[in-house]
Design a protein around this ligand. Structure first.
Ligand SMILES: [Zn+2]
Length: 471
């Protein structure tokens, strides 16, 4: 088991004493405020002791919308309304008082409430230009992690845990959605002819026709990654769609994961240390039974329990992501990696480290972790008009720089077919560059998503064990 580190490993985490004192009609309830503060403290590596009586305890942090007459190291002034929240990137306190309500800002971001005015298309994909983070140029910045770091810096004597183990300062994971690895040849010949217009080559058409030019790129991915001594995750679908269903608006993958060739490649991936996860179908998030059915089908091909998932088309309950996370919990998943925008790279919920979604009515967090995905191949191609930089490399460099600055986790998602150079020129080179930047950085904790989630759970347990709650 990989343990998180502290400056002095013999020291114990010393919880910060936190008082939450809110009026009855405050935007956050007590349990919501504690959830946001815990998430910030997790990033900071600090344990929390929630107290009720400021007279009996010496308080370190107060979160309140009342007059502050308590001597503490940090007073966060609670905003009176969610409309008054600023998603600032530098929330430094002034004379121990922070007027920016980073607790409410954090809650709104990590629960997805900041998206409530965004519009969505027929696939439920967000119009990213209607995002407040996009418009404020903050989608590239894990601002919740910046809030966490600010708190960490205030309490060094409480022996905070490092974010990552073994002296690493940031983390990365490579993932692949397995959507369309078996080319429908006549469709792709047509696509090639239309795309290339007069420039199409007979030799390429022949190669597509006889299967030499294909989308079954597993070996290429494995070779590249093994060469750099990294391992990735491949998410397979347990639902076989069809062209007809696709045309009728349910665009699920066409393959059957129970077939021999899929069983073989899955076993080959497993044998070589790669992770296999579930790529839940377009509508799987709507029903636990459907989800479990698909999970079981992929598990049968893997001959092992699945621990991770990403939803096809990023399809979760967009109005209530926590509801989908509780479905993951019921399905026994360790993690899900479906929080990301279809059309724009970055930190959709403003957070760049693993976190948990909070159920408003159950008043607790999901047992299944969220690993936020940062970048998808098509952000750099089909959706490049939403990019902030002129070239994909500049876009990736800027994302990586922000990730490193915040000590965050950089998860990339490349579809299996995307390194076919005929159809997606430049993607292989783009991936190779990211791979080099990740694998050659000695400060990067580059692991499979399962390993990252397992590490995070261990770190979180250490923090919870040192925490307590008198409220
Ligand atoms: Zn997909």
């Amino acid at each position: 088991m990989i343990e998180p580190s502290q400056k002095n490993s013999r020291t114990q985490l010393k919880p910060i004493k936190v008082l939450v004192d809110l009026r009855v009609n405050a935007p956050l309830t007590l349990s919501e405020a504690k959830y946001a503060i815990r998430t910030l403290a997790d990033i900071a590596g600090l344990a929390c002791h929630f107290v009720t009586n400021p007279k009996e305890d010496s308080i370190n942090l107060v979160y309140s919308d009342k007059q502050n007459d308590i001597d503490c190291q940090l007073f966060i002034r609670a905003a009176s309304s969610a409309d008054n929240v600023n998603f600032v990137s530098d929330p430094s306190p002034n004379n121990k008082i922070m007027d920016n309500d980073i607790v409410l800002a954090t809650y709104m971001l990590i629960s997805g409430l900041h998206e409530r005015k965004m519009t969505r298309d027929k696939h439920d994909h967000h119009a990213v230009e209607t995002s407040i983070l996009y418009r404020s140029n903050l989608l590239h910045v894990p601002i919740v992690n910046q809030y966490g770091s600010t708190i960490r810096e205030l309490f060094p004597s409480h022996n905070p845990l490092s974010l990552w183990p073994e002296g690493k300062t940031w983390a990365a994971a490579i993932t692949h959605d397995v959507d369309y690895p078996q080319m429908i040849r006549w469709i792709e010949m047509l696509r090639y002819l239309i795309d290339k217009k007069g420039g199409s080559k007979l030799s390429v058409l022949t190669d597509i026709a006889n299967g030499q030019n294909h989308f079954w790129m597993f070996k290429d991915w494995m070779d590249m990654e093994i060469r750099h001594e990294v391992r990735s995750a491949f998410y397979f679908s347990g639902r076989k769609g069809s062209l007809l269903k696709y045309l009728m608006g349910v665009p699920d993958p066409f393959y059957d994961v129970r077939s021999k060739e899929f069983k073989n490649i899955i076993s080959h991936l497993k044998k070589n240390g790669f992770e296999v996860g579930l790529h839940a179908s377009y509508n799987a998030y709507r029903s636990l039974n459907t989800f479990l059915e698909e999970k079981k089908i992929v598990e049968d091909s893997l001959a092992e329990t699945l621990l991770g998932n990403r939803h096809h088309y990023w399809r979760i309950n967009q109005d209530d992501p926590a509801e989908t996370s509780f479905l993951h919990e019921e399905a026994g998943l360790l993690y899900d990696a479906s929080i990301c925008y279809e059309r724009r790279a970055g930190f959709r919920f403003g957070i760049g480290t693993p976190y948990r979604l909070f159920h408003k009515h159950k008043k607790r967090t999901s047992k299944s972790l969220q690993l936020p995905t940062t970048l998808m191949d098509t952000h750099m191609s089909a959706h490049s008009m939403y990019n902030r930089f002129e070239t994909p490399h500049a876009e990736i460099d800027s994302l990586l720089a922000e990730t490193k600055k915040a000590g965050a986790l950089f998860i990339v998602n490349y579809h299996v077919r995307m390194i076919n150079d005929t159809f997606f020129p430049g993607v292989r080179r783009m991936f190779q560059k990211s791979l080099e930047l990740i694998s050659e950085d000695s400060e990067c904790f580059c692991k499979t998503p399962i390993e990252i989630a397992q590490y995070w759970v261990t770190r979180e347990k250490k923090i919870r064990d040192a925490s307590c709650d008198d409220t």
